[in-house]
Design a protein around this ligand. Structure first.
Ligand code: PLP
Length: 354
């Protein structure tokens, strides 16, 4: 979509709150920078975005977001290298995915220029907030929701597109224990699993709470049909290593087309690691765990990058994965983060300087 964008207006804060932040002890996504980007959709068009001080927003109680959950979001990061240069990782892919989600949720698509120029301008304004500690970065949350009024169950006529920034430490560290889920489903054929729609995540909370009561930190989602195939790990794509082959499921209506997932596949191929993109059955994973050919399982996503799974539970039995010295997870995480933080060549052209 081409637009003739006017200059993005910037209203800066009078007093930064950056001095109140303990950058050595950041959790994930709970401290926000001084500014945010706001863009309104009214009278059939997106208005030029503006950057304002970070602040609460006022909405009518009948706004459709509250009743029909018409909302979508993205998750990405900005990284600072040792020379204070600021980098984004494959931002155009987040933009494209936001509009794929928008289309599915009957939300008007965002013009590329508004997203890309708005994002760069916001990150530039708040660049002092990008943490430099190893493992930390600036988490970026673009989101769009129905602000238009009315109880009628139909798409709203007004929307808001915002971008907020959160300096963040590691998502979680260490290995995790996960449960293969056979009762609840995250997504279904013909559904919205491939979109980053807010409700997808709300629907995951209850089954994840039930798993937590049994001592598991995450759920491995299986297909809604027969719960025969493993599909995603919590809000991450899942990889399984059987012997020396790295396998991940194909993207579909039910599986999000993760940017980390596709980057890992490309890096693995570049590293000479054998990869397969195919359906993975629960049975083969359990069998591989029993006969020792299951070497690794990990989740992949922007927040945690790669999150190794230490144990998975299936039908009341726990299966432990071996502790490997030179795991694919460690190798691949190093390669991808070295590219993100500008510590290594970027042969794939993924980095974008702000
Ligand atoms: C359901 C789901 N799967 C996978 C991912 C990983 O996607 P990405 O690597 O683009 O962050 C995410 C996070 O965005 C997600 O919400």
């Amino acid at each position: 979509m081409s637009t003739t964008m006017q200059k993005i207006g910037i209203e800066k804060v009078k007093h930064s709150k950056i001095d109140q932040v303990d950058f050595d002890n950041l959790s994930f996504g709970s401290v926000f920078t001084d500014h945010m980007l706001v863009c309104d959709y009214k009278d059939g068009a997106w208005e030029t975005p503006k950057i304002t001080p970070y602040q609460p927003i006022t909405l009518d109680p009948s706004s459709k977001i509250f009743h029909y959950g018409q909302s979508i979001f993205e998750g990405m990061k900005a990284y600072k290298d040792t020379e204070n240069k600021v980098w984004l990782f494959r931002p155009l892919d987040n933009f494209k995915r936001l509009n794929i989600s928008a289309k599915r949720m009957a939300i008007p698509e965002i013009p590329e220029e508004y997203f890309m120029e708005g994002l760069k301008a916001l990150v530039e304004v708040d660049k002092n907030w990008i943490p430099q500690k190893d493992g930390s970065s600036l988490y970026i949350r673009p989101f769009v929701f129905a602000s238009g009024k009315g109880f009628h169950a139909s798409p709203a006529n007004e929307y808001k597109f915002l971008i907020c920034l959160a300096p963040s430490g590691s998502y979680f560290s260490g290995k995790v224990k996960v449960l293969i889920e056979e009762t609840y489903s995250r997504s279904a054929n013909g559904g919205v699993g491939y979109a980053k729609a807010g409700g997808n995540y709300a629907g995951q909370f209850y089954p994840t709470q039930l798993a937590a009561e049994k001592g598991y930190s995450q759920v491995i989602w299986t297909d809604d049909n027969n719960h025969e195939y493993i599909e995603e790990a919590g809000a991450m794509n899942i990889f399984v290593r059987i012997n020396d082959t790295l396998i991940t499921g194909p993207t579909s209506d039910r599986i999000l087309d993760g940017i980390t997932r596709k980057s890992i596949l490309q890096i693995a191929e570049d590293e000479g690691i054998a990869t397969e993109v195919r359906k993975i059955t629960v049975t083969e994973v359990v069998e591989a765990a029993k006969n020792g050919s299951l070497k690794e399982m990990f989740g992949a996503g922007t927040a945690a990058v790669i999150s190794p799974i230490a144990t998975f539970g299936f039908r009341d039995v726990d299966y432990d994965l071996p502790e490997l010295k030179d795991s694919f997870a460690t190798r691949l995480k190093k390669r991808i983060t070295d590219i993100q933080f500008n510590r290594a060549e970027d042969p794939f052209g993924w980095r974008l300087e702000v």
